[in-house]
Ligand binder design. Structure first.
Ligand SMILES: NC(=O)c1ccc[n+]([C@@H]2O[C@H](COP(=O)([O-])OP(=O)(O)OC[C@H]3O[C@@H](n4cnc5c(N)ncnc54)[C@H](OP(=O)(O)O)[C@@H]3O)[C@@H](O)[C@H]2O)c1
Length: 245
């Protein structure tokens, strides 16, 4: 399969790239980013680094240039981790955050769907706190959580209109632990407000999203416990990235 990954320089995207390079069922890993994407430093000897292709996109809201489309065409799946996280959004203008989170993603799905293989599976990384119901009054980060909820609604609506060629699922983890991202009590208590929400190991999250692209979407949304279950089944012990060291 040919897999496109966005957000490939970030915490989650780097792990998706690392695991995809180790996965023999994936023949090509196309990192779509605004700057060059390198093989992760921790790729290890099992990685087929020749599979990684870094494709630069400068303007994410205009029609994708032909030279970019040529490199993205005929993909079977995409894992979209590009976003501004709530923490980083605090220092940014909300219109800019909306453009990156909403416009880039919705335009991205539409652009990729037009040149992809059928079926094309699109796995979107969101979070447990993100709210789809636009009538709800939220007590914290209301604008951000509703805006990201509109992204989920828009891509699911697109998939419904273009079913079965286009298939979408949304990963909604709570805390994600990984190298340099330890569990925190403060985050645990926030996520607990949304029901039982386990911390998900970043390798399990990445493996679960890859598995949904490869073998077919089995559930929407994918909550933390789903991601843990699917990801842990897909991973061998040696595939987990160490949390420390
Ligand atoms: N981290 C967590 O604990 C956590 C928990 C729950 C859900 N999530 C969700 O998981 C997803 C990934 O999070 P993360 O922690 O991996 O985020 P991250 O480390 O901040 O990575 C964000 C990625 O988005 C890209 N990006 C941001 N602004 C961009 C722009 N203007 N143009 C092009 N690319 C841009 C970044 O690229 P550059 O390097 O070019 O900036 C980077 O690759 C997000 O949707 C987040 O809300 C994260």
């Amino acid at each position: 399969m040919r897999l496109i990954v966005t957000g490939a320089t970030g915490f989650v995207g780097t792990e998706v790239i690392r695991l995809a390079l180790r996965n023999k069922a994936i023949t090509s890993v196309i990192a779509l980013a605004r700057k060059p994407v390198e093989v992760p430093a921790n790729a290890g000897p099992d990685a087929d680094t020749s599979k990684l292709k870094s494709v630069i996109l400068e303007d994410w809201t205009k029609p994708y240039p032909e030279s970019v489309k040529e490199q993205l065409k005929d993909a079977d799946g995409c894992i979209w981790t590009l976003a501004v996280t709530p923490f980083k959004s605090k220092d940014m203008d909300f219109a800019a955050v909306t453009k990156i989170c909403f416009d880039y993603t919705v335009h991205g799905l539409e652009s990729l769907a037009a040149i992809a293989e059928s079926p094309f599976r699109f796995v979107y990384t969101s979070g447990v706190t993100i709210e789809r119901d636009q009538t709800k009054t939220l007590t914290f980060l209301a604008d951000y959580r509703l805006m990201r909820g509109r992204v989920e609604n828009a891509i699911l609506e697109f998939a419904e209109k273009h079913s079965p060629a286009i298939q979408v699922t949304v990963a909604k983890p709570g805390g994600i632990e990984g190298p340099g991202h330890p569990k925190s009590d403060a985050a645990t208590s926030i996520f607990a407000q949304f029901g039982p929400t386990p911390w998900v190991h970043v390798s399990e999250l990445a493996a679960a999203m890859i598995q949904q692209c490869l073998d077919g979407i089995t559930k929407e949304p994918l909550w933390g416990k789903d991601l843990q279950e699917i990801g842990s089944k897909a991973l061998r012990q040696e595939d987990y990235v160490p949390l420390t060291g």
